[in-house]
Structure formats: C-alpha cells, structure tokens
Design a protein around this ligand. Structure first.
Ligand SMILES: [Zn+2]
Length: 291
C-alpha cells in the first residue's frame, strides 16, 4: 500500500532545448485513477530557461507539452509585507501557484466553475480563505465570485470521480489535476488582464483595473444579448464585426466564444438566445447551396 502512495519521479524533457530533469509527482495524485491528465507548470530555471506546461497521465507518463507564452512579470512582495498585512496579493498567488494555475483559477471564478484546492500543508485553509478574499476584492460587484474555492483533503480527493466533476482541481503548488473545460484552453483574456494589472504596484488601483476589465467582458456579453433580442438570426462574422465596431476592439472568434461562455455560465437565463448566432458556411451547407 505504501509503495502505491510513493511519489514517482517522471522524466521531464523541455520541448525546445531538450534539457531533462526528473520531477516528483505526488503519489496520491497518481493513485487517483479518474484523473485524466495532470498539468504541471515547469518554471524557468527549474529545467532550463524555458517555461512550459507538462501533461502527465495518472501512470506518471508524459503525454505532451505546451509552451507558455504568458509574459507575466512581477516583483515578489517582501516577507515583511506578508507578515504585516494579512492579505494575499496577485503577486503572491503567481509566486505560489505559478502563472498557469493562477490563470486557471481566474478562468474558473470568471465563468462560475467550482475550485477545489487539495490540502498540502497545515495552513491550507487559511491560504484558501486568502485566495477567496483576493478574488472577491478584484471582481466587480456586478460580476461577483459566486462559488468560493474550497479545501479538499487527499482522502476526499481520492474518493472523487474527477472526470465527472465540473470542478477545477489543483494543489497549492499549482499542480492541476482537473480542468472542466478540457486540457487545451486559451487564457488570452485572463492573461491580458493579469498582465496589465501587474504593471500597477498599488494594490487598490490594481484591483480597480481588474474590475474594469472584467466589467468590459460583461458589457460585450450584454451588447451581444441585446443584439440577439432584436434579431432572429445573426451570423458569427457579423456579430464579431459589430462587437469590434461598438467597442473599438480587434474582435475575433475568440472574443465571441468568450462572450458566449460568459452568457452560458453567468446569464444562463438568456442562454437560449445564443442559438440565434449562426455560422454562415454551415447554413449554406444545410441549404445545399454549396454546390
Ligand atoms: Zn528549454
């Protein structure tokens, strides 16, 4: 039994320069057979100068790598500040979880997915409280954090059927054991918001900026809904063009998908309207006009 619980060393190879290092995957994670893919961020300089995410299956075998281009620069807050202020700041979160897991958590809160944090050390519940407090501070009142992150101990984690949950599950080292949105996900919006926020040192102004950016997403989504209420059919391309023109942004499919997700997960009572958004080429196919 104890051997099954043992941590396992997995060989990690940098996808760019092929530098190698053995990494320990916690044994309890590998024991959880319903976990599909574990995502571990490898930070520069732990293997080499590159930052990437490693995908490991529950047998400890590496299944793939994803390069990270999140250019998040931040200055660690000093130990003195930690002890005098009983608060967690964005920089602290990035330092403890890494930017990949931080963006996952941000995405989860933004789109109402539950976050479970696996117990790793004695102060865990306090850490999770502080994390919740941080997100409650930086989310605007009209896009509140609806479901606070919760602590789960290793025993309860092992009992979960992870694949059937809609939860983001991670540990305090930023090791992600389940992401309900699939393994490949772009966090461009979240990354941009965090990147801009990190340029501001003063915590209150930083929070205000994040609130404003999240508020923008809400406005985009509301604009789309208002348009859908007026029209029975709107083509994707036209919607993207309108969104771009209305808000002066370079809108793409990504923005439209983001808004659709926001509506589906936050304004779900109006989600049926999303059926009015059509793809022109698919419509043509249906009508047989493509010949
Ligand atoms: Zn490398």
């Amino acid at each position: 039994m104890t051997e099954q619980n043992a941590d396992r060393k997995t060989l990690i190879v940098c996808p760019i320069c092929q530098a190698q290092k053995r990494f320990e995957i916690p044994g309890y994670v590998l024991k959880q057979e319903s976990v599909d893919i574990i995502k571990i961020q490898i930070h520069n300089p732990s293997v080499c100068e590159h930052d990437f995410v490693t995908f490991v299956d529950h047998t400890g075998k590496v299944r793939g790598y994803e390069l990270i281009d999140y250019q998040l620069q931040f200055t660690s807050r000093t130990g003195k500040k930690h002890s005098t202020v009983d608060k967690l700041f964005l920089e602290d979160l990035l330092e403890t979880l890494g930017n990949f897991a931080t963006l996952n958590v941000f995405h989860a809160f933004l789109f109402n997915y539950r976050v479970l944090i696996i117990t790793g050390f004695a102060e865990i519940s306090k850490y999770v409280d502080l994390l919740n407090d941080l997100f409650a501070r930086v989310f605007p009142p009209d896009v509140p954090v609806n479901d606070l992150a919760r602590v789960i101990d290793q025993k309860d984690f092992l009992r979960l059927n992870v694949a059937e949950t809609e939860h983001l599950i991670l540990d305090t080292n930023g090791l992600v054991t389940n992401s309900p949105w699939g393994d490949w996900k772009r966090f461009d919006f979240e990354n941009e918001v965090v990147k801009e926020a990190l340029e501001i040192i003063e915590a209150k102004s930083q929070a205000q900026l994040i609130q404003q950016q999240i508020g923008k997403l809400r406005k985009w989504a509301e604009y789309i809904l208002a348009d859908l209420e007026k029209n029975d059919i709107v083509y994707e391309k036209d919607m993207i063009r309108k969104l771009g023109a209305e808000f002066g942004i370079k809108a793409t499919n990504y923005h439209l998908d983001l808004c659709k997700l926001f509506i589906a997960r936050r304004i779900s009572e109006k989600a049926l309207l999303l059926g009015r958004i059509r793809n022109k080429s698919l419509d043509r196919l249906r009508e047989g006009l493509w010949l």
